[in-house]
Ligand binder design. Structure first.
Ligand code: PAF
Length: 302
């Protein structure tokens, strides 16, 4: 099985490392030639529990990548980078190929819906990972990869995903992709914007009654749009428990703001606002957070 991992950020490096540890044939596709060259020369270093492991890896730039050779393309780029990358990759797609998406938010679902010929699965990743340099990733917290099939044209993607779990890298299958992605969306919409705007760590949100109430307003608005309307209390408890479990984490959106990078505001809040508009609903709290984040991103240029 030829696996192409698209994206040399923290999650791309982490996933590539664990796939290689399971003896998969991995090609890691990076944006820059400098990173691909360094990975080919130095290998990929995985740091976990203060121990470092050097993993040889084959890397190419996205432009050089012969993605038509891949059995599985695993997309580990931020949601806002996915559109242009997908354009390039889907133009080379072949019959029987499988795509696995790891993005936050929902814009990748919109993109996947235009590819009826492929086998596609969605996954959410809750591992803590920090890219220390172009070739080194630190696995800062063991989380989970949870996946669900979106559309199945061949069986091998499922069979391959079943080979991946290990104690250091747990992988779980789910029946319903909507349930899986919405659970993550609810967590992300409650935690990421508020931490990004206040500069707080995830756990600090629970220390203030007012912020917890504010977070609940965000949750209630987002939950209105859940297509399956599952048990609301269970999902709210899940948001609180992720906040607790990741208390010391800096959310991915706050990391983006700190580095003055684009955030996933569109894939998370923008998606909800578009859906609300289509359903004639108004989401005032989410609208406010959306605008505040857009303003923050625009202020980078000032
Ligand atoms: O985006 C993130 O940072 C993570 O999904 C989460 C769960 C909010 C923890 O920081």
């Amino acid at each position: 099985m030829k696996i192409y991992v698209i994206g040399g950020g923290a999650i791309g490096l982490l996933v590539s490392a664990y796939l290689k540890k399971k003896n998969n044939e991995v090609t890691l596709c990076t944006r820059t030639k400098a990173q691909a060259d360094q990975l080919n020369q130095q290998g990929l270093t995985l740091i976990r529990n203060d121990q470092s492991e050097l993993i040889p890896i084959h890397s190419v730039t996205l432009k050089q990548a012969k993605v038509e050779e891949a059995d599985v393309c695993l997309f580990a780029v931020k949601s806002y980078d996915l559109g242009p990358i997908m354009k390039e990759i889907t133009s080379k797609r072949k019959k029987d190929q499988s795509y696995l998406f790891l993005q936050n938010g929902m814009t990748h679902v919109e993109l996947a819906s235009k590819l009826p010929d492929l086998t596609i699965a969605f996954a959410t990743v809750s591992h803590g990972a920090v890219r220390l340099n172009q070739t080194t990733v630190q696995h800062t917290g063991v989380g989970e990869v949870n996946w669900a099939m979106y559309q199945q044209r061949t069986n091998y993607l499922t069979d391959w995903l079943h080979t991946l779990p290990s104690s250091e890298f747990p992988v779980y299958e789910h029946d319903k992709w909507e349930e899986l992605l919405w659970s993550k969306l609810l967590v992300n919409v409650c935690i990421n914007p508020i931490t990004a705007l206040t500069g707080m760590k995830n756990g600090e949100l629970l220390e203030s009654t007012e912020l917890k109430q504010f977070m609940k307003c965000v949750f209630d608005e987002a939950f209105l749009l859940h297509p399956l309307q599952p048990d609301k209390e269970r999902h709210w408890s899940q948001v609180l428990s992720v906040c607790k479990q990741t208390a010391e984490n800096t959310s991915s959106m706050l990391v983006d703001i700190k580095h003055k990078r684009q955030t996933e505001v569109d894939a998370i809040l923008g998606y909800l606002l578009r859906r609300a508009k289509a359903n004639g609903l108004s989401l005032p709290t989410i609208s406010f957070l959306y605008q505040a984040l857009i303003n923050r991103e625009q202020s980078y240029q000032l």
